[in-house]
Write a new protein. Structure first.
Length: 262
């Protein structure tokens, strides 16, 4: 995985252009992951200040991106191939696309790698994406949140992403019914999301205000918004399926191992 070889403005224009060209062909294609989160929060000063600490910052205070993750539906994979390879002349990872094409495709823009995930956000858990493609460049905030917070082996950049997203888009602006339905029926997902929220609060407590957009007010707001989601997780109604699985706890595996293709 190499770093994106474009500045912030040029990279986001490329992302928006790719999504727009897919929309013109009636292909649902949305940004997810770190890039999707940044696109959602980039105009929120406090959230941007937190986001800038996920991988460190460049000398001019701009974010660094590793690659572009996109989500779509597998039934549109041939249309995405035509758009990326035949029209935009991107190269493809033929081996990966042949072996895992039902779930994931990899393409190579001249300046960055593109991962396309199909039908669900399948990392440590699965977040189905049917009927989850709103207008715009990214998935809905709820799915951006679940896509990050579901990860079992979470990294400091992942925690920064969660904190930045919840700073800009608190629980009150999310679809609480959707989150409650998804998390109240799946103990394993609920457990990893809750654990990662606790880790996010701990991570925020390690940071100190500085001159790169991170203030004490930013940190206080972020911690409060994360705690709001923790309280929500504890309060949501749980299904019989959730209750039954919770009795086994961590004595049995509750997440899928994630294999890195590249």
């Amino acid at each position: 995985m190499s770093e994106v070889r474009l500045d912030e403005h040029a990279f986001l224009l490329e992302v928006e252009g790719i999504v727009a060209r897919a929309n013109e062909r009636s292909i649902p294609l949305r940004a997810i992951g770190s890039v999707g989160i940044y696109h959602r929060i980039r105009d929120h000063p406090s959230a941007r200040g937190i986001y800038l600490h996920r991988h460190g910052v460049a000398h001019d205070g701009t974010p660094r991106f590793k690659d572009l993750d996109l989500a779509s539906l597998e039934k549109h994979s041939s249309g995405i191939y035509k758009l990326f390879v035949r029209e935009l002349r991107f190269a493809e990872d033929r081996e990966t696309n042949a072996l895992f094409g039902m779930y994931r495709n990899i393409y190579f823009h001249p300046h960055f790698t593109i991962d396309v995930f199909y039908d669900c956000l399948r990392f440590s858990h699965e977040i189905p994406l049917k009927n989850r493609f709103p207008p715009g460049v990214t998935l809905a905030p709820e799915d951006l949140f679940l896509g990050k917070a579901q990860i079992h082996v979470v990294t400091p950049p992942d925690l920064a992403d969660i904190a930045a997203l919840l700073t800009a888009i608190p629980l009150g602006r999310m679809d609480r019914a959707y989150l409650g339905t998804r998390l109240g029926d799946d103990w394993g997902l609920w457990f990893d999301v809750r654990t990662n929220l606790e880790r996010t609060i701990h991570r925020l407590s390690e940071w100190t205000p500085n001159d790169r957009g991170l203030t004490e007010e930013n940190l206080t707001t972020a911690r409060r918004h994360v705690r709001d989601v923790l309280e929500f997780l504890d309060a949501i109604p749980k299904t019989r399926r959730w209750e039954k699985r919770s009795q086994k706890g961590t004595k049995e595996p509750w997440f899928e191992e994630v294999d890195e293709i590249r």
